[in-house]
Design a binder for this molecule. Structure first.
Ligand SMILES: [Zn+2]
Length: 555
């Protein structure tokens, strides 16, 4: 059931004629109920251009970035969007540092005259986020901190009575897999989300805790299952890594951050006269206390560094309500991908067509649809094409720390990362379903489209923490990650999952993520109508959306 934008126009015009504006309370304006037509062909054209060889895989700090930022700015203007930065431009500069760590480093643990040497890449991978040519840690006391979690809401603190300043913290990946007391074969859904990963399980959290505790080094023990990926993925973290540059040049971060293999962790515990598996088990108890291993760690890293200003691109539609126009609905989509890299089947350009040229194409067309309305929504809408998502949510993270408009005036964030290119679906996936009121908006709109909402099928992978809505959520702004489905109209059961699994296995983050002849953009159109309506209703809402109790987030 597809209705056209024409009806919305009629409603809005009728509203103007009936003096809905002026002295009448703006909140009485009737809601347009029609879904706009959004042109999938136009989205496909943007996607083809942005993912072409010419755009060189859109890596931050490259010619590909210059072309991409110019393209988005140009199309935002053509779509009728105003400059999104209050300084009158479409650009928010994002200062980043690119660091390549010299790959000859050795990490050694010593205790009582014995030494355990770990080889670079085979046994450990480490880097620094400090803007420094070299960092080192010498004879630093090693402390095992279990899962390294401090979570008052679960009465959990793995740092009881320890001063970690200058010390080396060895920490487990994942959040503590606490068994359900009433059914010990299952995880307790009331503690750390049961099977779903909470943010306490993410590797980024462990390094943030190391910084908070003043540790000199943070070494995560790699285990494939709770990490969600093999050690080979960790070993891949040896190319140039980009980070945001804090005013202190990141000097408050631990000097050394890294991973050690499970095998080496076991050897370290043996060196300390302890058993790794027993220590890991003890870390599941809320009474766990940090365990000094009586060993020291020594490592030195040399860096090649460059600093760049990457760019977020922002366009806006100014709200029509004089009071509410200072409040913002934000759409986010990342423009960056991996640039030119290691060849796969002879191709060196990481095209990032699905991920996320489609999201940017969709964002331009959503912007055009808003700009075409005879009367803008009450609140303003900001379209934010962010940089550095693939490097760790850098552009969105920078915006959340340095917002162009106050976050307490930001109604909600709708993220678009990879549109559906396989046709219409009967369902739509919401990651972290039940976190915020946005999910209710989303479910209502999906129902109007004749679709059902499907929660994230793999919550243990922590999808809610892995795209550009998350930095906003952390700051308390309700933010939604959703899109696509797996139940395709006119296709047999299992077809969608097969498509999605094939993409993940063969094309995700590989040069072969390209536009294909068999793409069906009707699914992208369906999702973009949903995204548009979500933003529109947030921009018109009587009441600001909030977080659900127990979500772990607060405004
Ligand atoms: Zn990606």
């Amino acid at each position: 059931m597809k209705r056209t934008f024409a009806l919305a126009v009629v409603v809005a015009v009728a509203c103007a004629a009936a003096a809905c504006g002026g002295a009448a309370p703006a909140s009485k304006a009737p809601e347009p109920t029609a879904y706009p037509a959004i042109d999938g062909k136009a989205v496909l054209e943007h996607t083809k251009i942005l993912s072409s060889d010419e755009f060189e895989g859109r890596a931050p700090g490259t010619h590909g970035e210059d072309l991409t930022v110019a393209y988005i700015t140009d199309h935002f203007k053509k779509a009728g969007l105003k400059p999104g930065n209050p300084d009158g431009t479409y650009i928010q500069k994002v200062p980043m540092v690119g660091i390549i760590t010299d790959q000859k480093a050795v990490l050694s643990f010593r205790r009582a005259g014995k030494e355990q040497k770990l080889a670079w890449r085979d046994d450990f991978v480490a880097w620094t986020k400090r803007v420094a040519d070299a960092v080192s840690v010498a004879k630093s006391d090693v402390v095992f901190v279990g899962y390294g979690v401090q979570a008052p809401e679960f009465n959990w603190d793995d740092y009881k009575g320890i001063d970690l300043k200058g010390k080396t913290m060895v920490v487990l990946i994942g959040d503590p897999p606490v068994a359900d007391p009433s059914n010990p074969s299952e995880l307790d859904p009331k503690t750390f989300g049961g099977k779903a990963m909470t943010y306490y399980g993410r590797w980024t959290y462990k390094y943030e805790m190391g910084q908070k505790m003043g540790a000199a080094a943070v070494l995560i023990v790699h285990e494939t299952e709770p990490a969600g990926y093999p050690f080979a993925v960790v070993q891949g973290k040896t190319a140039e890594q980009f980070s945001l540059v804090a005013p202190d040049k990141n000097m408050s971060r631990a000097a050394v951050e890294g991973w050690i293999s499970l095998d080496q962790a076991k050897k370290l515990f043996a060196l300390a006269g302890k058993d790794f598996d027993a220590a890991k088990k003890a870390a599941l108890d809320p009474t766990f206390k940090p365990v000094p291993l009586g060993a020291t760690a020594t490592v030195a890293l040399r860096n090649t560094i460059r600093t760049i200003d990457s760019q977020n691109v922002a366009g806006k539609i100014e709200g029509s309500d004089p009071a509410l126009k200072n409040e913002y609905v934000i759409y986010t989509a990342h423009w960056d991908h991996f640039g030119i890299g290691v060849p796969v089947n002879g191709d060196t350009v990481y095209h990032g067509a699905v991920d996320n040229a489609t999201g940017i194409g969709g964002m331009i067309e959503i912007g055009r649809t808003f700009a075409k309305m005879p009367t803008s929504p009450k609140r303003s809408v900001l379209l934010l094409a962010v940089t550095g998502e693939e490097q760790g949510l850098l552009g969105s993270g920078y915006y959340a720390e340095n917002p162009l408009y106050p976050l307490d005036k930001t109604v909600g964030v709708v993220n678009m990362d990879a549109l559906n290119v396989y046709g219409k679906t009967k369902d739509i996936t919401i990651t972290g379903y039940g976190n915020s009121d946005l999910d209710d908006y989303a479910a209502a709109i999906a129902a109007e489209q004749g679709r059902v909402v499907r929660p994230d099928p793999e919550p243990e992978k922590g999808g809610f923490f892995r795209s550009d809505h998350f930095p906003f959520a952390r700051k308390g702004v309700p933010a939604l990650a959703s899109g696509g489905g797996i139940d395709y109209v006119g296709k047999p059961a299992g077809w969608g999952k097969q498509k999605s699994d094939d993409f993940t296995a063969n094309h995700y983050h590989k040069p072969s993520d390209v536009v294909r002849a068999d793409w069906d953009m009707s699914g992208a159109e369906q999702d973009l109508q949903y995204y548009w309506m979500l933003g529109y209703r947030l921009a018109q809402a009587d009441k600001l959306p909030g977080w659900k109790a127990g979500s772990g987030f607060k405004r």
